[in-house]
Write a protein of this length. Structure first.
Length: 427
């Protein structure tokens, strides 16, 4: 998932290529997730931007926007695999493996949701694409200076790069003392701090020499101060380099965490320090045990709180503390899906979705029907209800027992065996 640095890279390219230009052509493909889930549509987006001039671009954490010559202004979130492409510009934050000869750029890019074209010369073409459709594109009808005061930005915490006057060491200390969750889960919650994702969170914890599972309210003031310093350092450095990992310092965890062959395989830093991988806040976290010591209670030490959810969050969702086996499985299964998504995006470029075979679909369909029938019996026969069938079954059992009883009585009375079977109501 694109984090604070990757988003900063796109904002940089938007300012470089689109700011000051008028959008003469805007095309959008309707998508019930990307547009629809935030209350807009492709047609509305296209109509609102066509003919308008791009005055500026901005960012808060993982959200970014373009300021237009008049409202509404588009606000974007990349989700898991979204990205903004500018034709002829290297907007990608990763460097693909070198191949023989340069492949011709495909335009518009695969899975595009909207495309932009400017007037004048040189003409600029841009496009927003998303393979997995977790990205969000919305329109905010307000003055440019009020964009951060509207939903969804106002519900998010301060940005470590642009909101340093808010995100102070004292602010962080007070915020952490009021919570009782694993510190990394706290940082990943965008309502607390904007822009920190999985790899940035791990980098911060490594430089602060703190364990990601330790609870927020168990750190000393000095430890929180070090966490604050590391947070500002990692975020600012990553943004300054526009997420170009080739320019990251060599002592960064990012340079070495991707070398593991298998998911659970251990790897090491150049100095021999071992890397381990644990799950915190639903994400796979990279930890250096020799550096990141536990100095207080951690999530693993408290029964039932392994997932990093605090009691307040559970209560707000109406969770009454039930510990049924089914509920437990659901709680543990859900984070894994998010974890896999995050890892896929961070470790490799987005790849096209594989085509589904008809045979696979049929197999899945049979499985679903079987599961459904096992939980909710379907009506059978001529509209008979399951309850009626149960009654009929019980009646047949009674008849069977009565038949056996008559059979025994006949044998005892006559001294010989007679058939207890009924044929057309006669013995």
């Amino acid at each position: 998932m694109p984090e604070i640095a990757e988003v900063a890279r796109i904002v940089h390219h938007l300012k470089k290529s689109l700011v000051g230009k008028t959008l003469s052509v805007v095309k959008a493909q309707d998508d019930s997730n990307v547009f629809g889930k935030v209350g807009t549509s492709a047609a509305e987006f296209q109509k609102s931007l066509t003919g308008k001039k791009v005055l500026d671009a901005g960012q808060q954490g993982k959200y970014f926007w373009m300021i237009m010559s008049s409202p509404p202004h588009p606000v974007f979130h990349f989700g898991m695999t979204g990205w903004f492409y500018i034709r002829g510009e290297p907007t990608a934050h990763y460097r693909p493996k070198e191949t023989e000869g340069e492949e011709e750029e495909v335009w518009p890019p695969k899975f595009w949701k909207f495309s932009l074209e400017t007037d004048g010369e040189p003409k600029v073409e841009a496009a927003f694409a998303d393979a997995r459709r977790f990205a969000r594109v919305r329109l905010v009808d307000c003055a440019a200076e009020d964009i951060r005061k509207t939903t969804p930005l106002k519900e998010n915490g301060p940005d470590p790069v642009i909101d340093k006057e808010v995100l102070t060491g004292e602010w962080l200390l007070q915020k952490m003392k009021k919570r009782h969750v694993p510190v990394k889960a706290f940082m990943l919650d965008q309502a607390n701090i904007s822009g920190i994702g999985n790899w940035v969170g791990d980098e911060i914890m490594y430089h602060a020499k703190l364990h990601p599972e330790q609870y927020t309210d168990t750190f000393s003031a000095d430890q929180v101060k070090q966490l604050h310093t590391s947070m500002l350092y990692v975020c600012q450095t990553a943004v300054d380099h526009l997420a170009d990992s080739s320019k990251f310092p060599e002592d960064w965890l990012f340079k070495h965490r991707w070398g593991k062959g298998k998911k659970d395989a251990a790897t090491t830093l150049p100095n021999g320090a071992k890397l381990t991988f644990i799950t915190v806040g639903g994400r796979t976290s990279c930890v250096v045990p020799s550096v990141q010591k536990k100095t207080g209670p951690v999530a693993a030490d408290v029964k039932g709180d392994r997932d990093g959810m605090d009691s307040d969050a559970d209560a707000s969702k109406g969770n009454k503390g039930g510990k049924g086996k089914g509920a437990s499985k659901k709680r543990k299964a859900a984070p894994k899906e998010d974890e896999d998504e995050d890892e896929d995006v961070e470790e490799m470029p987005v790849s096209p979705a594989k085509k589904k075979h008809a045979s696979d679909s049929k197999k899945k369909g049979v499985k679903v029907e079987t599961e459904a029938n096992s939980t909710v019996p379907a009506k059978t026969g001529r509209g008979k209800k399951p309850e009626m069938e149960e009654e009929e079954t019980s009646d047949s059992l009674v008849s069977s027992k009565a038949s056996k009883k008559m059979k025994v009585e006949d044998e005892s009375q006559n001294g010989r065996r007679r058939s207890g079977r009924f044929t057309n109501g006669k013995v």
